[in-house]
Design a protein around this ligand. Structure first.
Ligand SMILES: Nc1ncnc2c1ncn2[C@@H]1O[C@H](COP(=O)(O)OP(=O)(O)OP(=O)(O)O)[C@@H](O)[C@H]1O
Ligand SMILES: [Mg+2]
Length: 340
């Protein structure tokens, strides 16, 4: 049974919640009388041994433990921190944009994480608009199961679930001044999502089954270090136009390949008849998502765009105002619009 919302009267303009359901991170957003607020959690977990030494270590590190289906587990950012300590990778409840088929407890873990980060609905059936990946152009992944799982979970929490394409969420939050005409791109941990719109009408939306995880795995293999070490090097603030170590060099090489490949996939779609024909002038292409946050990202994009013909004129290739929060903000706007 869905929990009853508290009996508070909130102005209609505050109603609605956004939830970015990502392979690496979950981000929730809403507006209250104090302004916009968001909560973030790593979409990760780790089974740990149920012995005294492990329990003592967790307690010493101030890391809370929980039972997931009878097994001792650490979830969210705690799993990330604990795995870093052992130079291990976390387990992941999602892979390449959808529920990880290889983790039996994936749904249980996502429920646990979301139950901690999402607020209670403020009105009965408050709309919660959640991000959904587009169909990949280069993989047979099907999103039906994933979509149903998230919808059921949000309904159980008392929300009215409302899916929104992840890259359309970027269009909503970043292309307002361009009358929602252009290309929104979300570069995530599991995939790249793309949405091409003309005056907010979707011309094409799709995904590309490569993300930060793809870069990490390839870069780690190339120089024979752990994926975890690569992840730390990548996120600590490096630049792909000026790598300073062997690991960074490897990351930069695969980043360039990932950017080139993504732009080529976008070009392929834009070159199909009828797609590019919808645009008469030049449009912006905006990049959001954690993987766009590496130093030098937009410089490499701009350089590659000199040799990749997207099939439409680009006015500006730019970064989202806040790349990490862009999708959750678009989800929030969608929820607010649906709430009238
Ligand atoms: N400063 C940074 N530099 C480079 N990469 C980063 C940085 N911060 C985070 N990342 C990478 O961004 C990715 C996560 O981004 P994001 O949270 O947008 O993905 P997601 O929404 O969870 O995944 P997806 O949309 O593919 O399902 C990870 O691969 C992470 O390593
Ligand atoms: Mg994402």
């Amino acid at each position: 049974m869905a929990p009853k919302p508290p009996a508070i009267d909130i102005p209609n303009k505050f109603v609605g919640v956004g939830l970015d359901v990502g392979t690496s991170n979950l981000v929730a957003a809403r507006v209250t009388e104090k302004g916009e607020e968001s909560t973030v959690s790593k979409n990760a977990f780790l089974y740990v041994r149920e012995d005294d030494t492990t329990k003592e270590l967790l307690t010493r590190m101030n890391i809370p433990q929980q039972m997931v289906n009878g097994k001792l587990c650490v979830v969210g950012k705690n799993a990330y921190d604990f795995s870093n300590y052992f130079d291990r990778r976390t387990q992941r409840s999602m892979n390449i944009g959808v529920i990880n088929p290889l983790e039996r407890e994936a749904i249980h873990v996502i429920n646990l994480i979301v139950s901690k980060m999402l607020w209670k609905p403020r009105v009965a059936n408050e709309v919660c608009s959640f991000s959904l990946p587009g169909q990949p152009v280069d993989s047979a992944i099907d999103i039906t199961y994933h979509r149903n799982v998230i919808e059921t979970m949000l309904s159980c929490f008392g929300f009215e679930p409302l899916p929104i394409n992840e890259a359309f969420a970027v269009v909503l939050s970043e292309l307002k001044d361009q009358k929602f005409t252009g290309v929104g791109v979300s570069c995530g941990g599991g995939m790249v999502n793309v949405c091409i719109t003309y005056t907010s009408v979707v011309i094409a939306e799709f995904s590309i089954a490569r993300g930060g995880d793809w870069i990490d795995q390839r870069a780690a293999n190339a120089v024979d270090v752990s994926v975890n070490k690569i992840l730390l090097a990548k996120e600590k603030g490096m630049s792909i136009v000026g790598p300073e170590s062997r690991e960074e060099e490897s990351i930069a090489i695969y980043y360039r390949q990932y950017i080139r490949y993504s732009l080529e996939q976008i070009a392929k779609v834009l070159h199909t008849p009828d797609t590019a024909a919808q645009f008469d002038g030049a449009v912006d292409i905006v990049f959001a998502g954690g993987s766009s946050m590496v130093g030098g990202f937009i410089d490499v994009v701009r350089k590659e765009l000199r040799s990749v013909d997207l099939g439409i004129k680009i006015n500006e290739a730019r970064m989202a105002a806040d790349p990490f929060l862009s999708v959750s903000r678009g989800c929030l706007l969608n929820a607010q619009m649906a709430s009238g």
